[in-house]
Design a protein around this ligand. Sequence first.
Ligand code: SF4
Ligand code: SF4
Length: 436
Amino acid sequence: MLTFCGGVHPPEAKEATGHKSIETLALPEKVYIPMSQHIGAPSKPVVKKGDEVKTGTVIGEPVGRVSVPTHSSVSGKVADVTELPHPLTGTRVLFCVIESDGKDTLDKSIGEHEVSGLKPEQITAAIQQAGVAGMGGAAFPTFFKLSPPKEKPIDTLIINGCECEPFLTADHRLMLENPNEIIEGAGFIAQALGVKNTIVGIEDNKPDAVETMMNAARGTGLKVQPLKTKYPQGAEKQLVKACLKREVPSGGLPMDVGCVVQNVGTAKAVRDAVRLNKPLYERVTTVTGPGVKEPKNLLVRIGTPVNNLIKACGGYAPEPAKLIMGGPMMGIAVSSDDVPILKGTSGVLVLDSALAAELEDHDCIRCGRCIKACPMGLAPQRLYYHIKSSRLDAAEKEHVLDCIECGCCAFVCPAKIRLVHHLKYAKSEIAARAKK
Ligand code: SF4
Ligand code: SF4
């Protein structure tokens, strides 16, 4: 079975939701939509308090080269345009707060239209206008990945259906329930890139998804490739290695070895953007973990507060202890459940006190397990010491910027040190210094 070197085997913990169909969450009364939801410049609000909007109306326009518009996810009235803490970074950013009128009236620009004969630049423009950004978590504007520089020719598109993060099943369900839309979206992306070779990589712990996607892909030329179940199989560099045996260089991107990687959810959003002119205003999110009563896969409007999702899942179990946006390996802990769902929120994980206690950290015992586990060949323990001693230059020399934040090191660490937290901090500090 194809795979990559290194990595770990955390418990999959997907049984609570893997078999559950996607349910549509009731419209929220209010949505809180940040103008910054993707890597790149935030969009600039183009509505003010009191304005009427429809579902899918542009409420923020792109600023700069790597930016996409932001859309309303409900119809109703703008209640406020104000600064609030970003759910993931805590820094204050502009939000549009919109009160739903409960009618869900679609913006008149949305509707099915002719797609035959579209030129690559028309497809890319439709994707940008729909505000599509990577839905696997990284939230990189999709249109930008489809416009690589001329000196980096692309020959292969990889659609990422691995969903290697424990607990999460949103992509798994999407492959089972919307395979044709994913395949059509992959076709649009391939057309925009001008590539003939498309591979859908799926971990072999999802045989039903492999079979469903193979059936849907029949006659399209697209290849569905089962991959060994190992974390982080779904990380871009590891996926490229497993599917194509190509090594993305240190500091490089998949485009440096002729390929582009897009998540299955993104492919579905691309299909909706190109065929329906539908902006990215909703997504599938898994709500799970021992701290929630009835875990589910939910189709949710962007900007919906997490507490609405928890309520739809029967509320908290007796001892909820920690709320994580994303999965246990790469997710980010948040202090309150009034934070909104973003384009990149693939899951909401609620830990109970027993599981949270297991994750409390102690001193490093220099066992070296983190070094063996790192799929990027880094020495996380050394990086951790450099960072703790404020030696960011030393951490940079030892390639901390190559860290893909997969969490394998923290997973194997017997001292439960929050290595990813320190590595992320170092990367953002080094990036901020470089900008000055
Ligand atoms: S150092 Fe970075 S890339 Fe290596 S295991 Fe830790 S989080 Fe993953
Ligand atoms: S795995 Fe944890 S305890 Fe072991 S060397 Fe790495 S940081 Fe230290």
